[in-house]
Write a protein that binds this ligand. Structure first.
Ligand code: C5P
Length: 239
């Protein structure tokens, strides 16, 4: 299959070591997907793995969800940018000063890493919010934090396909919505509670789809990726 311009699938490399991550990456095509390196893999394999993946041509989403005082987050963002990542993220709950410091550390530019924020962790429910003294329902909190993220000039947020239409309506077409919890209609949900198919996520306004196990555990990961890319292209044309 030919290269996809601005691939919209981000394959979550949720592996316990660099060898397993690189084996899977070897089966994929950097012209058809990006890859996500999260806390476990980065803690084990570190910057060397990120540089290896980038060196193989993959756009790397470094999913470390920085959340600290503004100066520390800004320094961490600059360090991530030096690794050549394509995207990185921070917690919107770090507040306005932290979000602005992150943006100043990574000024928006076509060749700069995309800087996005996590709004509310999807593992948190209304009673968690009450316990923390945070007002509103989870949906309201997501919209409030997405508005803050946008006001601070960041490039987008991580959100579920369920939340995407409201965030898209509020934050506009240029705001990137990065959506996990994607499953084919007939696939196992694994431990995901509310899933969307690739077409549903695109119809809901998602920009990028984070997909882990449906690709990493597939007998032929590249063929699965190509199938999903075809579905995404068809859904994008009708949106
Ligand atoms: O294997 P699966 O497709 O469920 O992987 C989804 C990826 O997206 C994992 O890396 C998971 O940590 C991440 N993620 C998620 N839900 C969120 C945020 C991130 O599933 N709300």
């Amino acid at each position: 299959m030919s290269a996809v311009s601005d691939p919209r699938i981000i394959v979550a490399l949720d592996f316990a070591d660099a060898k397993a991550a690189l084996e899977l990456a070897h089966k994929l095509d950097p012209a058809q997907c990006r890859v996500k390196v999260g806390k476990e893999l980065f803690t084990v394999a570190g910057p060397a793995l990120v540089e290896q993946l980038a060196g193989r041509g993959f756009g790397v989403f470094l999913d470390l969800k920085f959340h600290d005082i503004p100066n520390t987050v800004a320094s961490a963002c600059r360090a991530a940018a030096r690794l050549g990542v394509w995207m990185l993220n921070v917690h919107a709950c770090g507040g306005r000063a932290m979000l602005r410091a992150a943006r100043e550390a990574i000024p928006a530019a076509p060749d700069a890493p995309r800087l996005i924020a996590v709004t509310l962790l999807t593992s948190m429910n209304e009673s968690d919010l009450r316990e923390l003294g945070i007002a509103g329902t989870p949906d309201e909190v997501v919209l409030r934090l997405a508005a803050l993220t946008s006001a601070c000039g960041l490039d987008g947020v991580v959100c579920s396909a369920r939340e995407a239409p409201a965030v898209r309506a509020q934050c506009g077409d240029a705001f990137a919505l990065v959506t996990p919890g994607i499953r084919a209609a007939d696939a196992a949900a694994d431990d995901q509670q509310r899933t969307a198919t690739p077409s549903e996520a695109i119809a809901a306004g998602a920009t990028y789809l984070v997909i882990g196990r449906p690709i990493t555990k597939a007998p032929d990961p590249l063929a699965t990726l190509e199938r999903i890319n075809a579905e995404v292209s068809a859904a994008s044309r009708t949106r």
